[in-house]
Structure formats: structure tokens, C-alpha cells
Design a binder for this molecule. Structure first.
Ligand SMILES: [Fe+2]
Length: 353
């Protein structure tokens, strides 16, 4: 598969975990979502366990999400065909026998970090593939925001590109993440089988507006911008602010050193839409709920700025009438797209073997 083919609708890596929803938004009601081009209905069993089924009755394809829950099962709102949480039809009220083909696909799902994860590939591969690990998740010295999400009318790869591009903050996020040094400080690029990291230390600059109230020192700072995206589309954005002169690759653990990790999960809806989920993890003021809310609101405002730009990029690139150019800062995104195209090719080759 070439990198260009990645932009084709319905071309996705499937044997991996994606975030389907915030866990708190799935309950004793049906929730319809579209993921990787497939219609899925989410709900919880009476014991709280999550369920994900193909959202189409095998009779006339009415979305099951338009029906109702009956205990742990779901009933179609057209003729009452009822499916258990594994997708097996257990009731066909209009006739004596349940048709043998009456079943819908069920997807492995699990709750982790306040997010509902779904496996859209071969179900038998899911149990040997753990959901990604978030370091210090249960550590009392760290605090995680409860997460949020944003639907974006653009291909998920434009969001991936953006999350491998620390320079965009100088223009897209002037009032939040942007600061002196974010325009032109050289980037370091590392790539392995898991993904790509674009990073740099910006030394001796004032912290940007979003971080200035959070850091525990005054004066200039050394700042790490670490932009990492792992396959299929998990972006880990690490920020470190240390008093000027204390930063760099050997930065020590020190009470004045501020660390924030932003986890971003990009789930393709189809070739033109993405569900963007995120969590913020920090090691300061962990009991300060007001600060947590401020960070969550600030992050959402900043990601709205990304959304506006990337939706316009999606339209611009989809309907372009003249060739576009590349910039040196695209190197990380290009490496990631190459790695992803190779993984998707390998997955498709295995499927057809
Ligand atoms: Fe951004």
C-alpha cells in the first residue's frame, strides 16, 4: 500500500484498540457510533459490562440503536428480533423458528482510563493485545483529567500530522501553547516500529500563556516539546518546563520541574470524519479540582483551534486545484504515514493469505 492510498475511505488498521466513546457516555441506553466505516451500537449490560454490536438488524438493516434494551439483550424496533450481548438472535416474535443467519457482529470492548476501547479487527486477536499502558496512571503523585472528546470533520491523518508538528502552536495556538522558540528551533526525529517522535528543547524562553500559571517557578524556562504518535493513531504529547539552565535531556526530578502529558486518541469514523478523545495527566497540584477544570477547558479550547484549521485543511486538500508542497517539518508525519501504510499492507496480506 502506498501512502496515498491511506487517504482512501475505509482503509484503516483494524487489529488494534481504538477509543469508541468516553466510558461515562455509555450506559443503560443505546448509543450509535460510526467507527472505521462501520455502524456500531454501544450499551451496558445490567452488571455494567460494556457491549458493542453491529448496528443493523439482519432483517431490513434498521439500526438496532433505534430499538430498546431488554435486560442484557437488545430488541430491534421494527419486528422485535432480539439479540444477546454476543450478537446471537434469541427471539423472533413473528415466527416459530429463529432464522439460522439471524446474528449480528459483536466487537471486543473494555473500559480503561475512563475510555471505552473497541477492537474492530479479528476478535480472536484482541485478547492477546493489551490496551496501551499509561505510565503512573494509579500513582498518587499524578492526576488525570476525566477526558473529553470532539467530533472533527476531517480525516484522522490530518490530526496525526498536526500531533507530530510542534511548530504549528506558534500560529494555531498563539494565545495558549505558542511562545518564542516554537517557530524555528530544530526538531529531532526518532522512529521505530511503534511510531514516531518529533521533539526539541527550547531553552531560556518565557512559558506560553497556557502553562505560565501552572509552572512552579518564575522567570525563563527550558521547555520540552515531545510529540509522539504510536500506531494506529495514539498521540502522546509530553511537556516539561524547568527553570532556565535546568532543562535538557538530563533534566532531573525536582519539585520545580513541571511535567504534563496529554494523551490524544484519534478514532477514524470514515475517510472524512474523526472522533478526537483526550486526557491530561500532570504531576503538580493533583488535589486542585479548580485547576483540573481550568486545564480541561484550556485543552478543549486549544483543540477547537486545531479542529477549525484541520477541517479547512481537509477540504482544501480534498478539492485542491493546484499542487501542494511539503515542508521540512512534515518529515515526522511522512515517516508515520509510511509506517502505518506498511502495517495496513501487512494486515491485509495476512487476511488474504
Ligand atoms: Fe494543536
Amino acid at each position: 500500500m502506498s501512502i496515498l492510498e491511506l487517504n482512501q475511505p475505509e482503509v484503516f488498521l483494524r487489529n488494534c484498540w481504538y477509543v469508541a466513546s468516553l466510558s461515562r457516555e455509555v450506559g443503560r441506553h443505546t448509543k450509535a457510533v460510526r467507527l472505521l466505516g462501520e455502524a456500531v451500537v454501544l450499551y451496558r449490560r445490567e452488571d455494567g459490562a460494556p457491549v458493542a454490536l453491529e448496528d443493523a438488524c439482519p432483517h431490513r438493516k434498521l439500526p438496532l440503536s433505534m430499538g430498546r434494551l431488554k435486560g442484557d439483550a437488545i430488541e430491534c424496533g421494527y419486528h422485535g428480533l432480539t439479540f444477546d450481548h454476543c450478537g446471537t438472535c434469541i427471539e423472533a416474535p413473528t415466527q416459530k423458528q429463529i432464522p439460522k443467519q439471524a446474528k449480528v457482529r459483536s466487537y471486543p470492548v473494555q473500559d480503561r482510563y475512563g475510555l471505552l476501547w473497541i477492537w474492530m479487527g479479528s476478535p480472536e486477536l484482541a485478547e492477546h493485545s493489551p490496551v496501551m499502558q499509561i505510565d503512573h496512571h494509579d500513582h498518587p503523585g499524578w492526576h488525570m483529567t476525566s477526558g473529553d472528546s470532539l467530533p472533527c470533520k476531517c480525516n484522522y491523518l490530518w490530526l496525526v500530522d498536526n500531533l507530530l508538528d510542534p511548530s504549528h502552536v506558534a500560529w494555531v495556538h498563539r494565545s495558549t501553547f505558542g511562545a518564542s522558540g516554537t517557530e524555528g528551533t530544530p526538531l529531532e526525529l526518532q522512529a521505530d516500529e511503534h511510531g514516531v517522535v518529533c521533539s526539541r528543547w527550547i531553552v531560556g524562553q518565557a512559558p506560553p500563556p497556557f502553562y505560565a500559571p501552572l509552572v512552579k517557578f518564575t522567570g525563563l524556562a527550558d521547555r520540552l516539546q515531545h510529540y509522539e504518535v504510536r500506531l494506529p493513531s495514539v498521540a502522546i504529547n509530553r511537556s516539561i518546563f524547568a527553570p532556565a539552565g535546568m532543562g535538557g535531556p538530563q533534566v532531573r526530578d525536582d519539585p520545580r520541574v513541571y511535567r504534563m502529558v496529554s494523551y490524544n486518541f484519534l478514532t477514524p469514523v470514515d475517510g472524512d470524519n474523526t472522533l478526537y478523545f483526550w486526557l491530561q495527566h500532570r504531576n503538580t497540584d493533583t488535589d486542585d479540582d479548580a485547576l483540573t477544570e481550568k486545564i480541561a477547558a484550556g485543552a478543549k479550547a486549544a483543540f477547537e483551534e486545531d479542529r477549525l484549521v484541520l477541517e479547512a485543511v481537509h477540504q482544501g486538500m480534498k478539492h485542491k486545484r493546484s499542487p501542494n508542497i511539503g515542508l521540512l517539518l512534515d518529515a515526522g508525519a511522512s515517516r508515520f504515514r509510511m509506517a502505518l501504510a506498511q502495517r495496513i499492507s501487512a494486515e491485509q496480506t495476512k487476511e488474504t493469505a
